[in-house]
Design a protein around this ligand. Structure first.
Ligand code: ZN
Length: 115
């Protein structure tokens, strides 16, 4: 009887350890990525850098962090600075400027609500 209980205890303990490991593996180590993003943002002028940090994500590919590819691309739409993750997004941003500006606004609002 006690051997059986000990066996069950071992299994539970192993499962706990296994799930703990899996959780650790799931969370990505962001240090490299963040360092690269920071280095890319450092290439901008301080004023632009500030704006890019507020926007945080590409105005076209909103799941892409500004600076994750390289130095963010800055364009002007209706006198408003808009940042993009790469040159490839420029055409798409200019194709529908209203939508792009709305996305930028949303990105900034979203960012502020989380700070
Ligand atoms: Zn892009």
């Amino acid at each position: 009887m006690s051997a059986l209980r000990f066996g069950a205890f071992l299994i539970v303990a192993l499962l706990l350890i296994a799930s703990g490991c899996a959780q650790q593996n799931d969370s990505p180590p962001p240090s490299d990525k963040e360092a690269k993003i920071k280095a890319s943002l450092d290439k901008l002028d301080p004023t632009d850098r500030q704006l890019a940090e507020e926007q945080r994500y590409c105005a076209v590919e909103t799941e892409k962090r500004l600076g994750s590819m390289d130095k963010p691309i800055k364009i002007m739409i209706e006198d408003q600075p808009v940042f993009l993750c790469c040159k490839g997004c420029e055409k798409r941003a200019l194709k529908d400027p209203e939508k792009t500006l709305a996305t930028v606004k949303k990105l900034k609002d979203h960012h502020e609500s989380h700070e």
